[in-house]
Design a protein around this ligand. Structure first.
Ligand SMILES: [Zn+2]
Length: 397
């Protein structure tokens, strides 16, 4: 058992509690929360006190690429299409052991940043192995690539084999999903086949969608650097005369999108937002990554007005340098309790996990983080967690 007392405790679903405490039971769930004087202090509970800090739900990072942790600062390309190609070359030069170490370091970096749940996309499986080995919480989406429609079968067999290999590692805490990577790396039949596999196997899905103007040019006009690169490989590039979101709808894969996480969604218009809402899709926003690549800014106020489930992600450290979610909220203009809600309960809702995590409520998983009280100042300061707890276990601090 664990009992944590802090200067203020922020349940998110209720007002902050001055000099509050949380009691965690032996099963790793929240047994009690309230003012210090009213929360039981069983002698067998390990007591931790933070007189000048805030206790909050663990942060939910809705988009990471933890297998790329070792590549921070390694890609100096400025244009987006060559940047993507450079990442591919750097990955090709990485051994399985390096991916494994990289993913494990990524999980530990998240814990140090107060992140207790990640939605991670990758192609090696190393992040799911790391999550399972370390007892971390997250969803790992196995990526599938293949822009050439004639090679759909081979890409799909590879994905199915990866799912067979990884499925035994998945637990209630470390879950498995799939990710048809992006419109410039996935053919129409591969989108359909992957969506069908996800439906059949009941796996959640993550897609990079409507990120760059180059992606829109490819989908709408069959033009731009992605189109040129595909044509150079002999792959046909039709103009679809629509946005990337409408393209996935026309393919028939985004209609009933409960369990789908659409990453980025910068290049969207009003009808796109309505479509995403009607489909039941959730959105992961990565403001600092979008800024670093010059993609622009996602219309967060419109997403929220539409009632979409939206969380923040730090994307790969190659783009942003760290996994600091407070900086993502700050980059989107959010502060204080509004930032905290988006980084916790809203993020959990985007992943469909809000019944288990995202707020400090009795019965929920004890995923907690303690930050110096400056974390909730306006504007919030990038901060390392003083303590991070996943399912009642201290994993950092
Ligand atoms: Zn990404």
């Amino acid at each position: 058992m664990l009992r944590i007392r802090a200067r203020s405790v922020h349940p998110v679903t209720a007002p902050p509690i001055e000099d509050g405490a949380v009691l965690v039971d032996a099963a790793g769930r929240i047994a009690a929360i309230g003012p210090h004087s009213q929360v039981a202090a069983p002698p067998e509970a390990r007591a931790l006190e933070f007189p000048d800090a805030v206790l909050v739900p663990g942060l939910v990072n809705c988009h990471t690429h933890l297998e790329l942790t070792h590549l921070a600062g390694k890609n100096a390309e400025r244009e987006f299409a060559p940047w993507i190609r450079a990442i591919r070359a750097l990955k090709d030069a990485t051994t399985p052991e390096e991916f494994s170490r990289s993913a494990e370091q990524g999980v530990r970096d998240c814990w140090a940043a107060g992140v207790t749940c990640v939605a991670d996309t990758g192609s090696t499986g190393a992040p799911l192995e790391a999550l399972a080995r370390l007892g971390a919480r997250g969803v790992y989406y196995q990526e599938v690539f293949g822009p050439d429609p004639t090679k759909c079968g081979a890409s799909l067999s590879e994905l199915a084999a990866a799912v067979r290999r990884l499925r035994p590692l998945a637990t209630g805490r470390a879950r498995l999903g799939v990710s048809p990577h992006a419109p410039y790396t996935v053919s129409e039949p591969l989108y359909r086949a992957t969506a069908e596999l996800a439906r059949r196997e009941r796996l959640p899905v993550a897609v990079h969608l409507a990120e760059s103007r180059e992606e829109t040019a490819l989908v709408r006009d069959g033009a731009g650097p992605f189109a040129d690169a595909l044509r150079a490989r002999g792959i046909p590039v039709p103009a679809h005369n629509c946005t990337p979101v409408q393209y996935l709808l026309r393919l028939g894969v985004l209609q009933r999108a409960t369990g789908w996480l659409c990453i980025h969604c910068v290049q969207v218009d009003g009808p796109d937002i309505e479509s995403l809402r009607n489909a039941g899709a959730a959105v992961a926003l990565c403001p600092r990554s979008n800024r670093a690549h010059g993609h622009g800014t996602a219309p967060l106020p419109l997403f929220r007005r539409a009632g979409l489930a939206v969380g923040f992600g730090t994307d790969s450290v190659v783009s942003t340098g760290d996994v600091d979610l407070w900086s993502e909220a700050g980059a989107a203009g959010l502060e204080g309790s509004e930032a905290l809600r988006m980084l916790t309960l809203d993020g959990a809702r985007a992943l469909g996990l809000d019944a288990e995590i995202g707020s400090l409520d009795v019965g929920k998983q004890a995923d907690l983080a303690v930050f110096a009280s400056t974390a909730l100042h306006r504007p919030p300061l990038p901060s390392t967690a003083l303590l991070t707890v996943v399912a009642g276990r201290v994993v950092h601090g």
